[in-house]
Design a protein. Structure first.
Length: 738
């Protein structure tokens, strides 16, 4: 299996983990996860499926016993009982043939086939096209977590995914890409029972062991994207970038929406009346520090007036009167020639990655049940992985069902510009983490609007966007919709959101590595940390952003005085209220009013938040870091860094720097690890938040003169500048109070 790395993923389970009983087979993957298979023909699938690519895990301790006509499998967490010879069928709820039991909060919970998972915490859905308020709630698919304590992944060949497609297996390869194949028994049952109770993070961590990790996106992806569906000419694109530079707006990605090409929705040929010199324009963008993505709607295939049509027609062996080469990505021959002729040509012109916006068909016309969204994602992502090895593979696409997390990142679709729409997106984004789809990118500001531009709504959307996985503005091609933030009267406030996003980049990138390692995405529902507190489930519009920031964005319109009231649940513990510059106690509902400048977010007391200094893009690593030391407790962090856009991070090419503080002493520990281009030394600006006036400040035992640190009584901010020091040495900043 080569879904990502043949060394990491192996679909065949260890024989010692497998228990066979007639037409039923059980594989104990972890103490909490058991694969349940049933086939009338005793044909059991051992190849990878769309959601599950690895079953070769260390065999957990378990017992297996056959007695009185029952098979009993017992692990440290579960007890499975199967009536030998019984038919496993989930169409009719029944505990007569199969049950699995576990303990949740000191009570016994029993599952059986067909039992309704009414307490499932949901996952995500293919698109937010047409979202107004929470009208997409009913479309959310079930996720991997449930308050019931159990969830089931259904990889049975006839089970329907949210878009109506079904799962398939990976078998032979086409040009190195694992290719779609039919299952050995289309009528078989193939379930993965997950009985993790409320150990939500553990469930996600074990899921990525069998389903594959969330790859890290390139660092630049986490910066600011400019995007709008509009027929921009080359001059207009350049004007936008020049304005961005003039107004000193950080930016990393420029999107060319569908009007880069001729034709209608589907097109492959540059519209040279708008963009006469594509190579020159993309090269110019690159010289401005920007990465370029092109939008594709490939469903209609390749027409006879497109570049390379005649070559592709001959490659496919079609008649001379052929007018269109149809889109059939399930055909390995079509994939090979289509990509070698057309996709490679555009990539040679400098296109950095593709935005896949499949519109017309949900399932293939050629392979019944094959999801076009999932299959496009799989092929495009792996094609880039294999053919553009100088960079990390990356596509921008819609959710295609379980397994899609292996192909970041997500495009959520065409929502409406309303406060209700904004108000539901925090829940939607965090909930997607329940299926490890941790990189949703929204149209910040909304895609469609029926009235004039609303600077207040746009600002609140951008403020929320700071604390989302992908920071991208976008809108439809109505010319009245404006997404250039410098065109708004409240531009200074909009600009502050972009600056805050870039300041938080070390923290965000470290969280991206955590998602790769643990399966826990950067936007996390509160119940991951506080699963037994009912408030964690009720306050849907707040969430954890990484380990140490709780975000409760303002998502309602301000009153006449420009203030907006907000109720925020603060979990147990102590929290630093960033807006109020104070430590507050948790386990309470905080009610406050916020100006348009304020974003309600809270640092975990004692946390260490690493920031970047002001910068224009993420192509250059700054030689100074800002370290914010949060009061209220002792704490620490581990700063993660790597090459930024290579696959080296998977083979250990990265560094971590542990930073701890205790009783007024901050210690920057020696860096561990290596990667090409890592800084050998750097400077630090250390900010001690909300502290009293110090009696003395020292660095590595040397007391600083009063002129070498700064204290601001009004904000109670102590700033200590540390001159450039080796990253290999320990640096200790000690603050003694009066």
């Amino acid at each position: 299996m080569n879904a990502m790395s043949a060394q990491e993923y192996h679909p065949m389970a260890h024989p010692d983990a497998v228990v066979r009983a007639g037409n039923a087979r059980f594989t104990v993957l972890t103490p909490e996860m058991i694969r349940i298979q049933y086939s009338d023909r005793a044909l059991f699938e051992d190849r990878a499926t769309f959601a599950i690519v690895n079953r070769r895990l260390p065999v957990p301790a378990f017992t297996s016993e056959q007695k009185d006509g029952w098979l009993t499998i017992t692990t440290d967490a579960l007890t499975l009982k199967y009536k030998i010879g019984g038919v496993i069928d989930g169409r009719h709820p029944s505990a007569e043939v199969l049950t699995v039991s576990l303990t949740l909060n000191n009570r016994r919970v029993m599952w059986y086939p067909g039992k309704d998972d009414a307490m499932n915490l949901k996952g995500t859905t293919r698109t937010l096209d047409g979202q107004i308020g929470d009208n997409k709630r009913q479309e959310l698919e079930n996720g991997l977590l449930s308050r019931a304590g159990w969830a089931v992944i259904d990889e049975s060949p006839r089970a329907r995914r949210g878009d109506g497609s079904t799962t398939f297996v990976f078998d032979r390869q086409v040009d190195g890409i694992d290719w779609v194949a039919e299952p050995v028994d289309k009528d078989a049952i193939d379930w993965y029972f997950m009985g993790y109770g409320h150990q939500y993070k553990k469930a996600l961590g074990d899921y990525i062991k069998v389903a594959g990790r969330q790859p890290m996106p390139p660092l630049f992806v986490l910066g600011y994207w400019y995007s709008k569906y509009q027929r921009y000419t080359s001059d207009e694109f350049m004007e936008i970038v020049n304005d961005v530079k003039h107004f000193q707006i950080p930016m990393d990605v420029m999107i060319f929406d569908m009007d880069w090409h001729t034709q209608g929705w589907t097109g492959w040929t540059w519209d040279r009346t708008a963009i006469p010199d594509p190579e020159g324009l993309i090269d110019w963008m690159h010289k401005q520090g920007l990465h370029v993505s092109l939008n594709l709607h490939p469903a209609d295939g390749v027409d006879d007036d497109e570049d390379y049509f005649h070559d592709l027609r001959l490659d496919m062996g079609m008649e001379s009167d052929t007018k269109v080469v149809p889109w059939n990505l399930s055909d390995g021959r079509f994939y090979h020639h289509m990509f070698n002729r057309i996709i490679r040509a555009r990539e040679r012109q400098g296109v950095d990655f593709w935005w896949l916006d499949w519109q017309q068909n949900l399932t293939s016309k050629y392979v019944p049940g094959l999801g076009e969204t999932f299959w496009c994602n799989h092929v495009f992502y792996n094609d880039m992985r294999l053919n553009r090895t100088d960079r990390r593979p990356l596509i921008f696409h819609r959710w295609g069902g379980l397994g899609s997390h292996r192909y970041p990142i997500g495009f959520s679709g065409d929502s409406f510009s309303t406060y209700g729409t904004l108000g539901w997106q925090p829940y939607f984004t965090a909930t997607a983490s329940n299926v490890c789809f941790g990189y949703w990118g929204h149209d910040l500001g909304g895609h469609q609007q029926t009235g004039p531009n609303d600077g207040q709504l746009y600002l609140r959307w951008m403020q929320y966007g700071v604390f989302t996985p992908v920071f991208r503005t976008h809108a439809t091609n109505w010319e009245g919709i404006e997404r250039r933030i410098w065109k708004y009267d409240n531009f200074p406030q909009l600009l502050e959101t972009v600056k805050l996003r870039y300041a938080l980049m070390p923290y965000i990138y470290t969280a991206a590595r955590q998602a790769y390692d643990t399966g826990v995405s950067i936007c996390r529902p509160l119940y991951y940390e506080w699963p037994e507190d009912n408030q964690a489930y009720l306050f849907e519009d707040e969430y954890m952003f990484g380990d140490d920031i709780l975000v409760a964005p303002v998502v309602t319109k301000a009153g006449a005085d420009g203030m907006t009231a907000r109720r925020t649940w603060l979990p147990e513990g102590r929290w630093f209220d960033v807006c109020r510059n104070r430590v507050v106690n948790g386990n309470r509902i905080l009610t406050d009013r916020y100006t348009m400048d304020e974003i309600p977010y809270f640092y975990r007391a004692g946390s260490v938040i690493v920031n970047y200094p002001p910068m224009m893009n993420l192509n250059t690593r700054p030689d100074r870091l800002i370290i914010k030391v949060v009061p209220g407790a002792d704490g620490e962090t581990s700063l993660y860094e790597d090459e930024g856009d290579t696959e080296g991070y998977k083979q250990g090419a990265y560094t971590t720097t542990r930073i701890t503080h205790q009783a007024g002493t901050l210690t920057i520990h020696p860096r561990e690890g290596r990667f090409n281009g890592m800084p050998e030394s750097r400077a630090y600006t250390v900010e001690f938040l909300s502290v009293g006036h110090p009696r003395s400040v020292s660095i590595n035992g040397r007391e600083l003169a009063a002129a070498d640190w700064r204290y601001e009584p009004e904000s109670q901010l102590l700033t200590v500048n540390v001159s450039r020091v080796s990253c290999q040495q320990e640096t200790i900043i000690e603050v003694k109070s009066k």
